[in-house]
Design a protein around this ligand. Structure first.
Ligand SMILES: [Zn+2]
Ligand SMILES: [Zn+2]
Length: 720
C-alpha cells in the first residue's frame, strides 16, 4: 500500500499516479506535471489522495509550485455542481484556472542550418516559414508537409525536432549570504581594498538584519553597493544564488489600517450603497478579519471596479491587498495568484472567474448581487455567485453582499441576511408620452437644470434606427434579424458588426430616414435646443457609482422592456435603481416611460411593489427562482425547422417520465450572423431528485456531444 494521487487533466479525464518520492504536504489542489500516454508532458491538478496498491501506475514527473494552484475547497464545491452543469471535474477546474496555469509539452521543429541553393521549392518554402516564425508545431507542420520529408531534413541536420514545455517564464533569482559571520567573511576577502570590504560588511549586515533572501536589485538599493561588488561576492562564495520558479511572496509594507475594527455579521446585505458607502461599511470588517488572521475574498463584477477597490484599499492596508486582474502583466498575475496561498492574512481582490484562487484561510467573502458578470459565458456556464456562496459556507467564513438593487432571487432569501438600508429622499417625475422632445414642459424642466450637474441616460447607443418612408419598415442587417443603427454616417449592426455607408432601403431603394432616439441623437437635439446646458450623456451607469448628480433624466426607458427576455422588467428596475444611486440627496429623477411596468411604478410606490409583482409573475409562468431552466440552443446553417423539430421530439421522448416541461420555439433573434436559431426550453422544479437529475444530465450531455450544432446552457440568464 502506498499513497496514490488522483489527478484531473485539461481534457476532462482523470488518472491515477504514484509519487516518485514521498512528500510532506497534502498535495490536493496542487499542480503536477505528468506524462501522457504518448510520452508528452502535461499539467494535471490533484483532486484526491488515498492509499492503494500502486503497481502499474505511472509516476508523476514533478510538483512545479510551492503552493496549491486552486483552493482545495473548490474541489468539493465543484463536485456538488457537476451534474447540474453537465460537466466533469477536470473541465470545471481547468476552465476556472487562469490560462497560464496550463503548462504542456509540444513538439516543435526548428531550423538548424540551411542554404536553399538547388533544393526543391517545397523545402525552401518550409525553411522560409521557419526562418520567419522561429519554430513551428510539429503536428501542424505534418498537415501541410510530408512527415518523411521532415524526417529526412532532420537526419541531414537541416532541421531539429524537439519537445519542449510551453510555460510562462516565472523564474526569479534571489541571493542569500552563505554566512553572516563577519570575521569569516573578512578572512575570505583579506586582499580586497578598504572600500570593497566596507561594502561587503554592509551587505552581510543587511542579511543578518532581515534574515531572508533578497533580489540583486534590493541589495544594491538597501546596502548601496555596485553590481561589480555583487558579482565579486558571488565569485568568492560569500553570496549564493537561489532560483525559484514561484518566488516566495515578499511583503513590503504589511499595514493595519489603524481604523476601528468590527466583527461582520454572519450574512449581511447592504441595499443600494454607493461606492463610498460600501468602503465605509467594509473597512471595519476588513480590519477585523485581518486581525483575526483571516483572508478576505472581494469579488468585483468588473475589472474596473476591482481596480477601483484596489486603489481605495491599498493606501490603507499596503501589501496585504492583492489584486489579481487580467490587466496586470503575466508575471505579476502569477505572483499574486500564489501569494493568495501565503500564510499572512490578506484582502484578495479579483473578478468572479478567479474565485478559486488558493486562499489559505478564507474568512470573509464580499460580492455584488449582480448577475450578468457572474455567469460563465461558455461551457460549463457556471453561476459563479452560487459557487462563491458555497465556497464561503464550506470555509466557515462570513458573507457580505451589496445589492444595487438586490436581485429577485436574493429578495426571496432576504430573511436569512442582516439587512442594511439607507433611505434617500428624491423627487421623482414619471413622464408618460411618446416623444418628450415634442413637449415644451420637458424641455422647460431640462432648461431648469442647465447650470447644474445633470445626466441624461438613454439606454440605446448610436444615433437612431433607420426607416424607409415608402415601405414603412425598419432596415435590418442582411446577416441578422436585427435593426441597423445609424452611427455617424454609417449604418451598423450592433450584433455582428456589419456596417455600410449605403443608407437606402434594401427593398425599394428609397433614402432611409432616422427613426427612434439613440443617445447621440438626444445629445444633438439638446445641444441645439438648450445650448447653454452642461449635460452629460450616457447609455449606462458603470461602476463605481457615486452620488454626484443633481438631476438624472432617463429617456426612452421602455426600450429595455422591448427585449424579448423574461428578466427585462428586472433589468429596467436595475437600470432605474442605478440612476437613483447616482443622485445626490434630494436630487431630481425624471423617467420617461409608458408607466405600465411595475419597475417604473415602484419608483413612486416603493420597491416592494416591484418584487411582489415580479415574483407573482415568475411563479405563474414557472420561471426562476420557481423553476430551473435548461436552454438547448440549436444553431443551424440553413433554415431547417424540420431538423430542429426532430431534435425537439427526441428530447421530449427521452425526458418523458421526468417532472419537466419541454417547449420549442424560434430564438427571439431568429437569424444571427447568417445562422438560424431554434430553442428547446426545459423547465424543471427548483429541486430534482438525484436520480432524476442524473437521468436529465446524462441525456443532455450525450445530446450536446452527438450534435455539433447543439449547445446546452444550464440556468440561462436570458433567452436571447
Ligand atoms: Zn448583423
Ligand atoms: Zn423601402
Amino acid at each position: 500500500m502506498e499513497r496514490v494521487l488522483k489527478a484531473v487533466l485539461p481534457n476532462g479525464r482523470s488518472e491515477l499516479y504514484r509519487l516518485p518520492e514521498p512528500v510532506d504536504f497534502n498535495p490536493v489542489g496542487y499542480r503536477v506535471l505528468v506524462p501522457l500516454r504518448d510520452g508528452r508532458g502535461a499539467t494535471a491538478v490533484v483532486v484526491r489522495q488515498f492509499l492503494a496498491d500502486p503497481e502499474g501506475l505511472p509516476y508523476i514527473d514533478s510538483f512545479p509550485d510551492r503552493f496549491p494552484v486552486i483552493n482545495p475547497l473548490a474541489i468539493e464545491v465543484l463536485k456538488n455542481n457537476l451534474l447540474e452543469y453537465l460537466t466533469t471535474l477536470g473541465e470545471a477546474i481547468f476552465k476556472l484556472l487562469p490560462p497560464w496555469a496550463d503548462w504542456y509539452q509540444e513538439t516543435f521543429v526548428y531550423l538548424e542550418r540551411f542554404s536553399p541553393v538547388g533544393l526543391p521549392k517545397e523545402v525552401v518554402k518550409l525553411a522560409e516559414e521557419l526562418k520567419k516564425k522561429g519554430r513551428l508545431e510539429y503536428e501542424k507542420l505534418k498537415r501541410s508537409y510530408d512527415w518523411r520529408l521532415i524526417k529526412f531534413l532532420e537526419e541531414k541536420g537541416f532541421l531539429k525536432v524537439e519537445t519542449r514545455w510551453v510555460a510562462p517564464k516565472v523564474e526569479e533569482y534571489f541571493l542569500v549570504a552563505a554566512t553572516t559571520d563577519e570575521e569569516e567573511v573578512l578572512k575570505k576577502i583579506s586582499r580586497a581594498g578598504k572600500r570593497r570590504k566596507e561594502e561587503t560588511l554592509r551587505v552581510i549586515r543587511l542579511f543578518s538584519e532581515l534574515g531572508r533572501e533578497l533580489t540583486a536589485e534590493e541589495i544594491k538599493e538597501l546596502a548601496d553597493v555596485s553590481s561589480q561588488t555583487l558579482r565579486y561576492l558571488l565569485d568568492k562564495g560569500i553570496l549564493v544564488k537561489r532560483t525559484y520558479t514561484m518566488p516566495p511572496f515578499r511583503a513590503g509594507v504589511l499595514k493595519q489600517s489603524g481604523r476601528p475594527a468590527a466583527e461582520p455579521p454572519p450574512r449581511a446585505l447592504f441595499k443600494n450603497p454607493t461606492f463610498s458607502e460600501r468602503l465605509e461599511r467594509l473597512l471595519p470588517y476588513l480590519e477585523h478579519t485581518l486581525r483575526e488572521g483571516g483572508d478576505t475574498l472581494l469579488l468585483a463584477p468588473t475589472l474596473a471596479l476591482a481596480e477601483e477597490y484596489h486603489r481605495a484599499l491599498y493606501p490603507l492596508f499596503g501589501d496585504r491587498v492583492l489584486l489579481y486582474a487580467e490587466s496586470l502583466p503575466q508575471r505579476e498575475r502569477i505572483k499574486n495568484w500564489f501569494a493568495a496561498a501565503e500564510g499572512f492574512p490578506k484582502i484578495f481582490i479579483t473578478t468572479p472567474k478567479n474565485l478559486f484562487a488558493p486562499l489559505k484561510n478564507l474568512k470573509l467573502l464580499v460580492l455584488e448581487d449582480e448577475s450578468g458578470n457572474y455567469k460563465l459565458e461558455r461551457s460549463p456556464y457556471f453561476n459563479l455567485k452560487r459557487l462563491a456562496f458555497e465556497l464561503v459556507k464550506l470555509s466557515g467564513g462570513k458573507l457580505i453582499v451589496f445589492g444595487e438593487p438586490p436581485s429577485v432571487e436574493l429578495h426571496l432569501a432576504e430573511s436569512s441576511f442582516k439587512v442594511f438600508e439607507r433611505e434617500k429622499t428624491l423627487r421623482v417625475y414619471l413622464y408618460d408620452g411618446k416623444n418628450p422632445f415634442g413637449d415644451e414642459t420637458v424641455l422647460e424642466l431640462l432648461r431648469g437644470f442647465s447650470d447644474r450637474k445633470t445626466l441624461l441616460l438613454v439606454p440605446k447607443a448610436g444615433y437612431s434606427n433607420l426607416m424607409c418612408p415608402r415601405c414603412g419598415t425598419l432596415e435590418e442587417c442582411p446577416r441578422c434579424e436585427v435593426f441597423l443603427r445609424l452611427e455617424g454616417k454609417r449604418a451598423v449592426c450592433p450584433v455582428c458588426g456589419y456596417s455600410t455607408e449605403g443608407l437606402s432601403c434594401s427593398r425599394c431603394g428609397e433614402a432611409l430616414k432616422p427613426f427612434g432616439y439613440g443617445v447621440d441623437r438626444v445629445e444633438e437635439l439638446l445641444k441645439r435646443q438648450i445650448p447653454e446646458g452642461h449635460f452629460e450623456f450616457k447609455t449606462t451607469l458603470n461602476e463605481p457609482i457615486n452620488a454626484v448628480y443633481e438631476a438624472v433624466f432617463v429617456l426612452f426607458a421602455d426600450r429595455i422592456l422591448s427585449l424579448p427576455d423574461f428578466r427585462k422588467t428586472e433589468e429596467l428596475f436595475i437600470y432605474l435603481t442605478k440612476a437613483k444611486l447616482s443622485l445626490k440627496e434630494g436630487g431630481f429623477l425624471f423617467v420617461h416611460t409608458s408607466g405600465e411596468s411595475h419597475a417604473a411604478a415602484s419608483l413612486t410606490e416603493g420597491e416592494k411593489l416591484f418584487y411582489e409583482t415580479e415574483l407573482e409573475m415568475r411563479k405563474a409562468l414557472k420561471l426562476p427562482p420557481f423553476a430551473k431552466l435548461y436552454l438547448v440552443a440549436l444553431t443551424l446553417k440553413e433554415e431547417n425547422e424540420k431538423l430542429a423539430l426532430r431534435v425537439f421530439k427526441e428530447v421530449k421522448t427521452a425526458l418523458a417520465g421526468l417532472p419537466v416541461e419541454v417547449g420549442f420555439s424560434k430564438a427571439p433573434t431568429f437569424k444571427l450572423r447568417e445562422r438560424y436559431r431554434f430553442q428547446i426550453l426545459i423547465k424543471t422544479p427548483p429541486r430534482l431528485e438525484r436520480t432524476e437529475l442524473k437521468k436529465l444530465s446524462g441525456f443532455l450531455k450525450e445530446l450536446k456531444n452527438r450534435y455539433r450544432f447543439v449547445r446546452v446552457i444550464p440556468n440561462p440568464r436570458s433567452f436571447l
